[in-house]
Design a binder for this molecule. Structure first.
Ligand code: TXE
Length: 482
């Protein structure tokens, strides 16, 4: 049995109370490793290591910091096979996806911020006629906390850590207890890359215990969190009275608006991905699909035909399109929504059932599921399911489509399929979302701002937005004599 220890002050160490959690392999339902169940005292140790490392790290030259981040990126790339296999085993996602997306992106996160920090400059404002010069210092905050979820484990963990350390902070980070393996393996890479001890400390454990201890820690001055909206609200309640800086990337219930004038074939193949990639467990998946009435029946037929070809199976199998859901409890949650959909009058056009995979009978497999709904406000169309389940609904006019798209508490992303430029311009402005994709999906340039509106969160990650979040701006105002 493998023991996933904490990585504190450059070393792997046991949790102080020697308490461990079970870690499951979703593809077969078996416990295959134990995770440190860290307590407040472990978080305190991680904090102390980070605080001790901060004076030197924050004074390390940009060039040196950049080199270390790029070395980490290179090492992630060199360990692609091992890390991808670990991610797939821990999360249930197809190995091919972990290899093509998760691990390369984790590497890009370090490479991108290793380069970005060399271009991050502050502003100067000359108060002309007043013999005054202002400049803005952007100083690292100190010790910051990064808490990440299970759907894109190393990808989202590194998306927070890389800008935090690039900007000169030291970090106490917690990956999801559901998928801790790649974060655990990252420790070794950090050591090999020569990241000074204590700059990045990784503590494992549950949200209410370990995560809460990070959020509550009086000296951890900023929290970057990605996860569920209810957890985000709880974190905000804890952190707000302590005046911490907060970046919250929360849930989504993203609309796809499909107009008859779109490039139909491209739309169909991308919609297949935006619906079911990573078993539908991406906060950016387009789980509400609205189709212009004139092509609704055609879309329904073609989409069901395409979805029926998707292969649910062993994540290691190269032919698998859909692997296992992340956990038994998550599978049960997603299934409960399929039941709710039926009670609400939804019609299951495809899927809805568990899949038994040969030799992996205890794995958490579910068919990709398409539900036709009549009421935009039904629960299955309003609440985040976060699984391989989408709803279909026709619309008659652009105004109706827009109203339905915005009539939800979330506002992370929206996807628009049309070749009409005027419509594109109008709707892009009016859609309530942090990201609007037009004739594409999950097309990411890491320089762009990333985040949501409404209950999808506050703050933006990506590019200079992330470096701004992880620094405090200080205005220095100097007057001089003529
Ligand atoms: O996430 P949690 P869960 C959504 C999705 C899913 C639901 C719940 O709908 O079904 O959230 O998933 C840590 N203080 N998303 O329960 O609990 C936790 O340990 C500090 C969307 O798995 O939000 C983990 O590291 N930390 C999402 C992280 O928060 C706490 C991705 C996320 O876990 C904590 C995942 C606390 N009190 C789920 N409680 C997205 N937006 O991508 C928990 N955590």
């Amino acid at each position: 049995m493998q023991y996933l220890k904490n990585y504190i002050d450059g070393d792997y160490i046991d949790p102080i109370e020697n308490d461990w959690l079970d870690n499951y392999n979703p593809s077969n339902g078996e416990v295959y490793s134990k995770i440190a169940k860290s307590k407040k005292a472990d978080v305190e140790n991680a904090y102390r290591a980070a605080a001790k490392a901060f004076p030197e790290w924050s004074n390390t030259t940009i060039d040196e910091r950049s080199k270390i981040l790029i070395r980490i990126a290179d090492l992630i790339e060199q360990n692609l096979d091992t890390l991808a296999a670990a991610e797939s085993k821990d999360n249930g996602k197809p190995l091919s996806l972990a290899k093509a997306v998760d691990i390369p992106r984790a590497s890009s996160n370090f490479r991108f911020f290793g380069n970005a920090i060399t271009q991050f400059a502050s502003e100067a404002h000359e108060s002309v006629g007043m013999n005054t010069m202002n400049y803005t210092l952007r100083q690292p905050i100190g010790v910051v906390g990064c808490i990440s979820p299970w759907n894109l484990p190393l990808y989202l963990f590194t998306w927070k850590i890389a800008p935090a350390i690039a900007a000169g902070n030291c970090v106490v980070a917690k990956p999801s207890e559901v998928t801790p393996l790649t974060a655990f393996l990252l420790g070794e890479i950090l050591t090999q890359a020569g990241l000074p001890k204590g700059v990045l400390n990784i503590v494992h454990g549950t949200g209410p215990e370990t995560g809460q201890a990070i959020v509550e820690h009086p000296q951890i001055k900023a929290i970057s969190f990605t996860g569920g909206t209810a957890t985000g609200a709880h974190i905000a309640r804890t952190a707000a009275p302590m005046f911490k800086k907060l970046s919250l990337e929360l849930g989504g219930k993203n609309p796809n608006l499909i107009f008859a004038d779109c490039d139909y074939d491209k739309m169909l193949s991308v919609t297949l991905k935006s619906s079911f990639a990573n078993q539908g467990q991406i906060c950016l998946c387009g789980s509400r699909i609205y189709i212009e009435a004139s092509i609704f029946e055609k879309f329904k037929k073609d989409f069901v035909a395409k979805v029926s070809e998707l292969k649910v199976g062993n994540p290691k199998d190269a032919k698998t399109n859909i692997g296992a859901l992340v956990s038994k409890s998550h599978l049960e949650k997603v299934e409960s929504y399929i039941k709710i959909a039926q009670e609400e009058g939804g019609v299951i056009l495809f899927g809805g059932n568990r899949v038994e995979v040969k030799n992996l009978e205890n794995g958490y497999y579910l068919q990709p599921t398409i539900i036709e709904i009549k009421d935009n406000n039904c629960r299955v169309n309003q609440e985040e399911i976060f699984g391989p389940v989408v709803t279909l609904m026709p619309f008659e006019t652009e105004a109706e489509a827009l109203a339905m798209a915005n009539d939800v508490k979330y506002g992370l992303s929206a996807t628009l399929w049309t070749n009409n430029l005027n419509r594109t311009m109008r709707l892009s402005k009016k859609l309530e979302a942090g990201i609007v994709w037009v004739n594409t999906w999950l097309n990411r340039d890491l320089r762009t701002p990333f985040g949501g509106v409404k209950e999808s969160g506050v703050g933006r990650e990506g590019g200079f937005e992330a470096l701004k979040f992880f620094t405090e701006a200080k205005n220095v105002c100097i007057t001089y004599e003529n």
